[in-house]
Design a protein around this ligand. Structure first.
Ligand code: NAP
Length: 247
């Protein structure tokens, strides 16, 4: 009997540490396997997709999962939608642990767009110096706008994900501080930032830096993921795990 934590985020790692510290150990963290060297977690970890909704339902039944926490990234829409359906089919209790969205402040210049394709369009035709921080998986969309100079920051190497003539690459994992972000953006003469509206504190520095430098931000909206009771509190998620079998 255990609680399944769908992870791959800082929030999931924080919850895993909180569970371990509280002696709540009978839980399992699931990762998609996108990063070659994921952060070490103090709980059992399984890696790889389940095989759609059916696979997740099978897993829940076979492993006797007694509760599910969806602590995936707000843009991991497919696994979250699968979780909603699998929970409905199996009747297990579930909770989403999702980070708080960012709130636009005075001085922010946000061009809010619905998706990656709209972000590419929002950059326009004139060549610009773009700081692209949307994760490796989203990079291929920007091949449609090869006229820009891209500074791309990803955790994993870009590899062949974006073949454009002007590309500089940084591989780093947050958190990123606003002052350092501003220095980086000024040094690279960035004139527009492209980001997902991920929310949370650890990647907010670039948004603050853009405000400090008076730069526009192409802000990609969060996708809809279906309905599940939700919290932004790791303590509440820990209480959920403890209450639903993770002891
Ligand atoms: P996604 O598009 O929602 O999911 C695609 C497929 O990957 C799912 O159908 C599922 O495969 C598998 N999958 C995703 N998350 C999984 C998990 N935690 N455990 C097991 N299988 C998982 O997901 P994504 O956007 O590629 O994100 C993958 C992972 O990276 C997630 O854990 C997410 O939290 C993390 N992440 C994503 C972003 C982002 O911007 N999207 C940013 C930071 C971290 P099956 O259908 O075979 O089960």
């Amino acid at each position: 009997m255990s609680v399944l934590i769908l992870g791959g985020t800082r929030e999931a790692a924080t919850l895993a540490r909180a569970c371990a510290n509280a002696g709540v150990r009978d839980c399992l963290v699931s990762l998609a396997g996108r990063t070659a060297a994921p952060q070490a977690l103090p709980l059992p970890v399984r890696i790889g997709g389940f095989g759609g909704v059916e696979g997740l339902v099978r897993f829940i039944r076979a492993e006797g999962v007694t509760g599910l926490v969806d602590a995936t990234h707000p843009f991991a829409a497919r696994i979250s939608a699968h979780a909603v359906q699998a929970v409905a089919q199996t009747g297990i209790p579930a909770l989403a642990l999702h980070r708080q969205g960012w709130v636009k402040q005075a001085g922010d210049i946000w061009l809010e767009v619905a998706d990656l394709a709209a972000a590419v369009t929002a950059l326009g035709i004139r060549p610009r110096r773009v700081f692209l921080t949307i994760g490796r998986q989203g990079l291929p969309a920007f091949a449609a706008a090869p006229q820009h100079h891209y500074l791309v920051r990803t955790i994993e190497p870009v590899g062949d994900a974006l073949a454009v003539p002007h590309l500089a690459e940084l591989n780093a994992r947050g958190p990123f501080d606003a002052r350092a972000e501003a220095e980086l953006m000024a040094r690279a003469q960035v004139d527009v930032l492209v980001t997902k509206h991920s929310g949370g504190a650890s990647t907010y520095g670039k948004v603050e830096a853009a405000r400090m430098l008076g730069l526009p931000v192409v802000m990609i909206a969060r996708p809809a993921t279906g309905h599940m009771p939700a919290t932004q509190s790791v303590d509440e998620a820990l209480a959920f795990v403890a209450a639903h079998g993770g002891m």
